[in-house]
Design a protein around this ligand. Sequence first.
Ligand SMILES: Cc1ncc(COP(=O)(O)O)c(C=O)c1O
Length: 444
Amino acid sequence: MPASSARAGSPNDLEAFWMPFTPNRAFKAAPRMIVGADGLDYIASDGRRIIDGTSGLWCCNAGHNRAPIVEAIRKQAGELDYAPPFQFGHPKAFAAASRIAALAPGDLNHVFFANSGSEAVDTALKIALAYQNITGNGTRTRLIGRERGYHGVGFGGISVGGIVGNRKLYGGLLTGVDHLPTTYNREQQAFTKGEPDWGAHLADELERIVGLHDASTIAAVIVEPMAGSTGVLPSPKGYLQRLRAICDKYGILLIFDEVITGFGRLGTAFAAERYGVQPDILTFAKAVNSGTVPMGGAIVRAPVFEAFMRGPELAVELPHGYTYSGHPLAAAAALATLDLYRDEGLFERARAIEPTFADAVMSLRGLPGILDIRTIGLAAGIDLEPRPGAAGRRAYEVMVAAYEAGAMVRVTADTIALAPPLIVDEAAIGRLTGIVANAIRTVG
Ligand SMILES: Cc1ncc(COP(=O)(O)O)c(C=O)c1O
């Protein structure tokens, strides 16, 4: 029998699962296996409690295995497992959409459901293009993203995204895409808590891009209000306001990708609220149901939605959608999660504890090899000096050392990201940052 089929019969076989964004061989040689969760902690396969310093993958904002959410999913599974969202509906998808829209600012009040952040982004980009098309602006086909932006892994998302490693293997991508420069500048912004003072003028690069391509060719601009996956890069003060003003001047739609910032990460329901800037389309996913069941979506302003609600009544207004758009389990989980966020005041709690979190993370300044620390809301990025000729190795070693010492942190390149669940308290913040500090010292 070939070795591979022998392995396939083994319950402990790790071969078949091709893990995403993971060095598969290194993981499988020394797996970090999670078998349970409870509140702020994960439970590892060896029984250890691991404090969750990253809300899973920026998604479990309510903490883990919260009883009301678990119960809602259980109940829904026994009541209605699945209903098609094309031509049919079920009540909880409508209820969840209303609740999500009610949290979004202004007239962002129509929700198109997808199942992930990547699908949410592709949905938003397609709505933007279709909107320009049906409103007589069919020449507006360009999409503008930003360097160091992360918008998931669909072809739309990687095209407007600005992380080279996620783009370079996949051919020509979407045509007609351009990018704003990143808002990050270490010399000007190092060790800032909250929004950096420097960098609003970088929004004016959109004027340059309009000058190059002409506004009549540009459909939409997409940015994260706080770039999370690329290492926690908050928008500089005034930047988003300036971007909004330039978009208005030229009839360009503004999309905020709030897949990470949505549902309390920055101390408000959406970052749009924190900054007082309303985009035309806002994407969400992850924390909408605290990461329990895949769900994402795009929230669309009334005038954009209404532009589609014309024409023959039996015509499908937007030929787009997913088998699992508004899935009953995801919708039930979202309703229970949004109740919990409201009843426990978790967005306000995040806002209140932001200074404590910022001080604790900033106290790591001065440890070996730290080049910068950024904090905003309940998110922080810690840049380590790369080892010569081995980019990413140092942060990877810190992640492994932290896990062995009882904390889950996330790394991208040589940046460590922290984003604990919104139920975190001062003692847990101390526990988390203490483990991270020791890991940085140990790794050296
Ligand atoms: C801003 C942003 N957009 C999109 C995505 C993609 O989400 P998903 O992994 O659910 O496809 C992410 C994931 O981290 C994200 O941070």
